[in-house]
Design a protein around this ligand. Structure first.
Ligand code: HEM
Length: 579
């Protein structure tokens, strides 16, 4: 029964709620005013030159979409100099971008700059809290732990696996040429014609090369990194591979507005789970279950070795991680959960980007038949067993690896591909405190002040800095007037500005970044790509089958022009090479 005695209590509660609401509202308004008006007014980046935009206009597409980003970067550099600002989520969100190596080196090498929490959260959701998502001391400890798995010697020891999987891929493609897949593309629209087609086509079978290299490199990292056979090249339904592909099919569509809101308010995901979170969760369940099994098996094997008082000799990534998992030194010990997160990270990092490098390379070679022929001539000058090294005795396989590794034109073709089609389009850092960044290329500020070479620009804590990997690879100052052209020849007499110390990038490229977060897998990728291309180019001819475009989601992947909804694909014509 309602009693009127409660009315004053209810009124007081309502009043208190009203006050709390008003206080929260006032706080929200003050926060917004600070974010949109006060903070930008005192941001040192305000005085830098850069493109204009309306209050809520961002420049993300101009900066990150590979169909427009090369022009954007070139035009902005011409208009504002090598270091400028652009709009993040609106006019209030000034971000710094630079093509000045002094700036880039300062940012990538200094501990003041970290990967933003947003990037780390997105990566952690897909891959767990692996080395990608770590900063500070824990990152340093883990890097030290894994680096022996990427030494020149360790990578060379992996080459029998590269040969084995390259030959399996070759046989699979051979099989498809002999028995072309009948109606695998029946549900797909016709392919838009490529910009170039051969007058006398020698290759007739159309296959999605990106699909097959992706399976092959997944198998490679399974064996080389974890001593585990996924068999995804032979088994179309391999569950771990499919789980990865499904997860990235969803992630490649980009976060969208809901994804961004979920990032800032994770509760939304719990209250309104959508298809993307269901696919991701299901994929993660499979990856973790298989990963757990893999770790348990390896751990038992290592414990058995230890019981026989043997030292753990294996230098594959998983053995090194398990060694640390079993360590008695608590500062070096990885928990079981951490170990699984690392495993997931390396499966992704180790397979997808290398697969893209190989796929982009076949694509570029298909568009440049003269370069393809020159490369094939160089490869065929090797002894015939170079492309059958997996069945050769170990010493001769190592000799073949050395022979392949020292082929100048092959090296040039791969580096040129990595320069023109960097799988990672750009990276981003946030300043964790106020700083002054030295520059080497002068800048004119909006108020007319000139900052000269050797002087610094101030940057405020919390500012974002975009490192445009692709733009640095396309810079005409470094690579000359034909920087956007596929010209492997340039690597045979590298311009001075592209050589160390003028160019600080690993392998004279920005593709693998540099500094404490640089890619540890670069040697592995380059050698793996060389062995795959040796095997493929000496057996097949590649011709273009469709108009292929780049799309940058987490990595820069190939898509058929205007057919983005059908997912990443690189259909290519393939035929047997007849001597
Ligand atoms: C063509 C092949 C590859 C490319 C282009 C590439 C590119 C990159 C880039 C640009 C970064 C730095 C990202 C950033 O700072 O935001 C990176 C980091 C990383 N890469 Fe690679 N990568 C390749 C292959 C590999 C391979 C084969 C592995 C391992 C087997 C690997 C493992 C990693 C890891 C673990 C990191 C994080 C390092 C850290 O944060 O300390 N990558 N990679």
């Amino acid at each position: 029964m309602f009693s009127f005695h409660y009315v004053p209590i209810l009124l007081s509660i309502l009043k208190a709620c009203g006050v709390v609401f008003l206080l929260l509202l006032a706080r929200g308004v003050i926060w917004l005013i600070n974010l949109l008006i006060v903070a930008p007014m005192s941001d040192p980046l305000k005085n830098m030159q850069g493109p204009e935009g309306s209050a809520l206009q961002n420049h993300f597409r101009e900066v990150m979409d590979p169909s427009v980003s090369p022009d954007t970067h070139e035009n902005w550099c011409k208009a504002y100099g090598k270091t400028f600002r652009f709009n993040g989520f609106g006019k209030h969100d000034y971000r710094l971008m630079s093509l000045d190596f002094r700036v880039v080196s300062h940012v990538l090498n200094s501990t003041i700059y970290e990967k933003p929490w947003q990037t780390r959260t997105i990566l952690s959701k897909l891959l767990g809290r692996g080395v990608f998502a770590m900063e500070g001391e824990e990152h340093k400890v883990l890097r030290k732990l894994i680096m022996p798995a990427f030494s020149t010697q360790a990578v060379k020891a992996m080459t029998p696996i590269f040969f084995q999987k390259a030959e399996e891929l070759r046989d699979r493609l051979e099989n498809m040429i002999s028995h072309p897949p009948s109606n695998s593309s029946a549900s797909l629209p016709p392919l838009p014609p490529p910009p170039y087609s051969s007058p006398q086509s020698l290759a007739e079978t159309i296959i999605d090369i990106a699909h097959w290299t992706s399976r092959a490199t997944f198998d490679v990292i399974g064996l080389a990194g974890f001593d585990y056979q996924f068999h995804s090249l032979e088994d179309d339904s391999e569950e771990m591979y499919l789980a990865y592909r499904n997860m990235f099919r969803v992630a490649d569509k980009g976060p969208g507005l809901k994804g961004l809101l979920k990032l800032y308010f994770p509760i939304i995901e719990k209250l309104f789970p959508d298809e993307s979170s269901q696919v991701t969760n299901e994929s993660l369940r499979v990856i973790y279950n298989v990963g757990k099994q893999l770790v348990e098996n390896k751990k038992s094997a290592i414990l058995a070795e230890k019981a026989c008082a043997k030292d753990i000799k294996d230098k594959d990534i998983l053995s090194l991680l398990i060694k640390s998992n079993l360590s008695t030194d608590s500062s070096n010990r990885l928990s079981d959960a951490d170990l699984l997160d690392q495993l997931s990270t390396f499966l992704f990092a180790g397979s997808d980007s290398t697969s893209l490098a190989i796929s982009w390379c076949t694509h570029l070679l298909s568009l440049h038949p003269d370069i393809q022929t020159r490369l094939r001539d160089e490869l065929l000058s090797l002894s015939p067993c170079a492309s059958n090294a997996s069945t050769s005795p170990p010493n001769s396989a190592h000799a073949q690896t050395d022979a392949i590794d020292s082929l100048p034109f092959l090296d040039a073709v791969i580096r040129e591909t990595l320069r023109l089609c960097p799988p990672v389009h750009g990276t981003i850092r946030v300043a964790t405190r106020d700083d002054d960044i030295p520059i080497s290329s002068p800048i004119l500020l909006r108020d007319g002040t000139v900052i000269r070479a050797g002087e610094t620009i101030p940057i405020r804590k919390g500012s974002y800095i975009h490192i445009p990997i692709e733009a640095l690879n396309f810079s005409t100052d470094i690579w000359g007037y034909d920087a956007r052209t596929f010209n492997p020849e340039r690597w045979l007499s590298l311009p001075l500005q592209a050589r160390s110390p003028a160019h600080p990038g690993i392998a004279n490229l920005m593709t693998f970044s540099f500094g404490p977060h640089a890619c540890p897998g670069w040697k592995l990728s380059i050698l793996e790509a060389k062995i795959f291309l040796t095997t493929l180019i000496s057996h097949f001819i590649f011709e273009p089958a469709a108009d292929i475009q780049k799309y940058n989601a987490i990595l820069t992947r190939p898509y058929v022009y205007d057919q983005f909804e059908y997912g990443t694909r690189l259909p290519i014509k393939i035929g047997r090479y007849a001597v």
